[in-house]
Design a protein around this ligand. Structure first.
Ligand code: NDP
Length: 262
């Protein structure tokens, strides 16, 4: 293979991407990875001040990133987000990263109807609806790639995470279904299932408690929790031409946690 051809296959130059929840944690690292590899990225979050701060930082780094305030749990806000994305990228989207999501950690018997609805809307319905709306834009690009950020909690049962796990397990299956349904439209769909990653999401539950943190690290064969930068490179790889035969997969990025009988 010619050197220039190989460079193109490992690049995101000329692509456009929507990454939900890009101001913090895993989404933030994904925005920087994709933009650093040549993608023009649009991202969103609910906090306008934080979004503005991130956009300024990325502009200072010469990364091409735009953003909108959007709560992905709201159908109307998702519709507005996709209108904006279509206008920013002139109707052509190469990459959709459904990353924004949240968790509720409590026993199943204590979960309320409101918590059920909120988690389904934030984690599952948002990803399904954004994928639906992105479909024509991804198809137009001629080489669309969707990546869901699910969780190993959607692969193995985890204590006090039944609702969260249900949303993430559904995303794992949704990736497989869309991978088959939209393959003829040249849209590939895959899922990344991270283990514990050091972000705000697990601050209270894990990071703030040294004992829990050490216990969780000991359950990972590699002996440590993950960082957002451990997840971002695989996300980028799955969207590159080099990954053009990878479709419908759920890949754990967890240091081996989900396959370890600890
Ligand atoms: P963080 O809380 O660190 O970051 C979440 C990001 O998404 C922020 O930018 C946040 O901004 C945004 N966001 C959250 N909810 C919404 C919403 N309703 N609408 C728009 N934006 C939203 O979380 P992580 O980076 O840890 O999590 C990212 C994804 O990774 C989630 O889907 C999570 O379930 C998954 N994951 C995380 C793991 C971990 O251990 N950290 C493990 C496995 C999966 P703002 O709050 O300002 O809106």
């Amino acid at each position: 293979m010619e050197k220039s051809n190989r460079a193109q296959r490992w690049s995101l130059a000329g692509t456009t991407a929507l990454v939900t929840g890009g101001t913090k944690g895993i989404g933030h690292a994904i925005v920087e990875e994709l933009a650093g590899l040549g993608a023009a990225v649009h991202t969103c979050s609910r906090n306008e001040a934080e979004l503005k701060k991130c956009l300024q930082k990325w502009a200072d780094m010469n990364l091409v990133v735009t953003g909108s305030v959007c709560d992905v749990s709201s159908r109307a806000e998702r519709e507005r987000l996709m209108e904006r994305v279509s206008s920013v990228f002139q109707g052509k989207l190469t990459i959709l990263i459904n990353n924004a999501g949240t968790g509720i950690r409590k026993p199943a018997l204590d979960c309320t109807a409101e918590e059920y609805s909120y988690l389904m809307a934030s984690n599952l319905e948002s990803s399904f609806h954004l994928s639906q709306m992105a479909h024509p834009l991804l198809k137009t690009s001629g080489r669309g790639s969707i990546v869901f950020i699910s969780s190993i909690a959607g692969v193995v049962a985890t204590k006090n995470l039944s609702l969260y796990s249900a949303t993430k397990g559904a995303l794992n299956q949704l990736a497989k279904s869309l991978a088959c349904e939209w393959a003829n439209d040249n849209i590939r769909t895959n899922c990344i299932a991270p283990g514990h990653i050091a972000t705000r999401l697990i601050q209270k539950w894990v990071l703030d408690n040294e004992e829990t943190k050490a216990k969780e690290a000991s359950r990972v064969p590699l002996g440590r929790l993950g960082e957002p930068e451990d997840v971002a490179p695989l996300t980028a790889f799955l969207c590159m031409p080099i990954a053009s035969y990878i479709n419908g997969q759920v890949i754990c990025v967890d240091g081996g946690r989900a396959i370890y009988d600890s």
